[in-house]
Design a protein around this ligand. Structure first.
Ligand code: FES
Length: 106
């Protein structure tokens, strides 16, 4: 399945992401520098903050309490469609998902 990342500088990157790989891992692995992923994906740093396109929001596994708490530490404004990209594992039903990367991660 494919995922598109829109970076704050306006770059669009469409990546093929293996099922089970998180969006954070995919972005970092492809050199998308607007996602930092400082904690390595354990949901402990909030440097992988993205805004998820509305039509895919309901298809995601709901946020757990840890993700909610970590998002409060995010450096960019939190919106209704904010998620930590390390908590979004790619699967076929998410094919075509687009996320906008938060303007700052620190
Ligand atoms: Fe640290 Fe997502 S990579 S919270």
């Amino acid at each position: 399945p494919k995922a598109t990342f829109i970076s704050p500088d306006g770059n669009h990157d469409e990546l093929s992401v293996a099922s089970g790989t998180t969006l954070m891992q995919a972005a970092v692995g492809h050199g998308i520098r607007s996602i930092v992923g400082d904690c390595g994906g354990s949901g402990a740093c909030a440097t992988c903050h993205v805004y998820v396109e509305q039509e895919f929001l309901d298809k995601l596994t709901p946020m757990d309490s840890n993700e909610q708490e970590m998002l409060e530490c995010a450096s960019s404004p939190v919106q209704d469609n904010s998620r930590l990209s390390c908590q979004i594992a790619m699967h076929d039903h998410l094919d075509g998902i687009t996320v906008e990367v938060a303007p700052t991660q620190w």
